[in-house]
Ligand binder design. Structure first.
Ligand code: GCB
Length: 603
């Protein structure tokens, strides 16, 4: 990053955090990889909180936890005697007064620590939505922006023997120059929404690695290992016991070692999601991971997995547990949601519209689901706002770093439904695409667009941003927002890039489960029959879509969205689910399942 950009970020930070103890704020460090395999102490559980809807806590300097000293002193805040909240978890669903909160909640946790020699200590957050300022023992550690990616702070030299206290200021305001921005069609769950851990590492530790099949090759594993710490030059070994592989190399003076060796693993397929135990060792550290091997490519108008054309039978999913109407965050949440995905007959899941938690990604991979992971660059982003491109770049790096060893992840989606007329949109997204290819050229990259033309039965996919994508991903709501022009089977298609594969990343319509009122052909009754007919018509139309490589209904299950205001049918829920918020199957589920069961992939 050039120095003027840094200068700009510093000024912005100065302005944002005046009075918060963050006048010289430090940005959070990027999270180390594979935190599940680390020596860690969980800080999940009950955290004390102060609710601060007016944002007064900054000038009261809540993080200092002042105490009265003289008889005449008093302090107008305290964590003691106040509410407690569960971490991980959104705050909105834990206290009635936080239901619609978009503002600040201060969280506090104490922990006991014994200093160990020759160890480093990191405070790690799976995600905090949206802005997080972190303080340790009254001193600011730094800040992180973005609600869906992990970050950490090294506290080796700051932690004290005995009791320590962490204060986190969580602010879930929507920001005009945020990612996402001001408007989005899902619930803005605030809080420390994913795990918090204290992670202990050796002084020089394995900070990152990439171990995957080389692009398009089934017999060559390539990658690298990166160490962090003073002892940068070390022998490095990568072992895959099941394949009798023991590859040895050495890191250079920057702690970096390239890896390349021949191997013939059983490939990862949706119906054979084989993962291998892979052990990465340096002289000072050892880490184990479960890694699968596959290739994913574009060949002409096809997406090919392990060299074979594959049809992606997918469904969209938000990170929400409908059964308790709250943010999803655990392994068991992931199991419930992904079991429904499997039951529907899918081999693919689109994790919309932001990076979901790591449990979900890992479990999807284990269950044989290809994963689409997405950045929250959604609709009306202020692409020309100062600093926004740096934020996009940072978030991209955080997303790719966490999951780059997950063979299940086959697609990076860098944006959803942005508009060609937004100033600087093309330039910003093309740059981001290039950055993504530099970071990871082994997966497919796309942008989702919904502004197509539809005239004289012809669906016109014209946005030139597609020239920069590996395949065309489009959202079309024919039969719902856009009425059919004649018989769905007569729809003709015009593609801006004629040779590229086409994936329909969203289609569908709303229905309230159990509602059969009104004529089946009138949308305004939200009945199941109308939604069912959309699915029947869409499936008929798919026959004529050129280069169709996959479809992804919007979406698996009804989800909360406060902009959905019809009191009888919606009451704050988007009802486009194939399942109700209680997991009941709507009629459209059956149509979709039959379709998926009828589409066979031959490999
Ligand atoms: C879309 C968006 C999705 C919305 C959906 C809808 O095109 O990508 O986030 O929620 O439409 O329900 O209208």
């Amino acid at each position: 990053m050039c120095s003027s950009v840094y200068h700009f970020i510093q000024i912005t930070i100065l302005f944002l955090f005046i009075g918060s103890g963050f006048e010289h704020a430090v940005l959070a460090q990027s999270s180390m990889i594979n935190v599940f395999a680390r020596q860690s102490t969980s800080l999940n559980g009950k955290w004390q909180v102060i609710l601060d809807p007016t944002g007064t806590g900054n000038w009261r300097q809540v993080w200092q936890e002042k105490q009265p000293e003289k008889k005449t002193d008093f302090v107008e805040y305290s964590f003691d005697g106040g509410p407690v909240l569960n971490v991980p978890g959104d705050f909105n669903t834990q206290l009635p007064e936080l239901t619609y909160m978009e503002g600040t909640v201060w969280y506090k946790k104490t922990f006991h620590h014994e200093i160990k020699k020759h160890k480093r200590l990191f405070l790690h957050f799976g995600a905090v939505n949206y802005l997080a300022n972190i303080y340790l023992n009254g001193e600011p550690l730094g800040q992180h922006e973005g609600g869906f990616t992990p970050f950490q702070f090294e506290i080796t030299d700051k932690v004290k023997p005995g009791q320590n206290r962490i204060v986190v200021k969580v602010d879930n305001h929507r920001f005009k120059d945020g990612l996402p921005g001001l408007g989005y069609d899902w619930f803005n769950y605030g809080g420390i929404t994913r795990d918090v851990n204290l992670i202990e590492t050796p002084v020089s530790y394995i900070e990152d690695y990439s171990i995957q099949l080389h692009k398009s090759s089934k017999g060559m594993i390539r990658g690298w290992v990166k160490l962090d710490g003073a002892q940068s030059v070390q022998p490095i070994t990568v072992r895959i016991p099941e394949l009798h592989i023991q590859y040895k190399t050495q890191s250079n003076d920057r702690g970096f070692a390239e890896i390349e060796f021949e191997a013939h693993p059983e490939l990862w397929w949706p119906d054979h999601p084989k993962l291998y135990n892979v052990i990465i060792e340096s002289e000072t550290d050892t880490l184990a991971d479960e890694i699968g091997f596959r290739t994913i490519d574009i060949r002409g108008p096809d997406i090919v997995l392990n060299g074979k054309p594959i049809f992606l039978k997918g469904v969209n999913l938000h990170e929400e547990m409908p059964l308790r109407a709250a943010k999803a965050f655990s392994k068991s949440d992931a199991l419930v949601l992904l079991s429904w995905v499997k039951e529907l007959g899918c081999n693919f899941v689109r994790l919309a519209h932001y990076p979901h938690n790591e449990y979900t990604v890992r479990m999807a991979e284990k269950m044989g689901l290809m994963v689409w992971s997405e950045l929250p660059i959604y609709q009306h982003i202020s692409f020309s706002a100062p600093g926004i491109e740096q934020k996009m770049d940072l978030m991209l790096r955080e997303m790719v770093k966490r999951d780059r060893n997950r063979c299940g992840v086959v697609i990076w989606s860098l944006s959803n439904e942005t508009y060609h007329f937004t100033p600087n949109r093309n330039q910003a997204l093309i740059t981001l695409t290039k950055q993504c290819r530099e970071l990871d050229s082994t997966r497919l990259i796309t942008h989702v667009i919904n502004t197509q033309g539809y005239e004289n039965h012809t669906f016109n996919v014209w946005d030139t941003l597609y020239n920069h994508c590996d395949f065309i991903a489009l959202n079309e709501y024919l039969g719902w927002y856009v009425p059919w022009q004649g018989n769905p089977t007569e729809t003709k298609w015009k593609l801006v890039c004629e040779d590229k594969p086409v994936l329909i990343s969203e289609f569908g319509g709303e229905a309230l489960y159990g509602n059969h009122e009104g004529p089946p052909d009138e949308a305004a009754h939200w009945n199941e029959e109308y939604q069912e007919q959309i699915y029947i018509d869409q499936i008929a139309m798919f026959e004529n879509v050129p280069n169709l490589v996959g479809i992804c209904p919007w979406l698996l299950v009804d989800y909360r969205s406060l902009g959905r205001m019809h009191p009888k049918y919606q009451s704050g829920w988007n009802r486009k689910g194939l399942l109700s918020d209680q997991g009941d199957k709507k009629k459209a589920w059956i149509v979709m399942k039959q379709y998926f069961d009828s589409v066979r992939n031959e490999y």
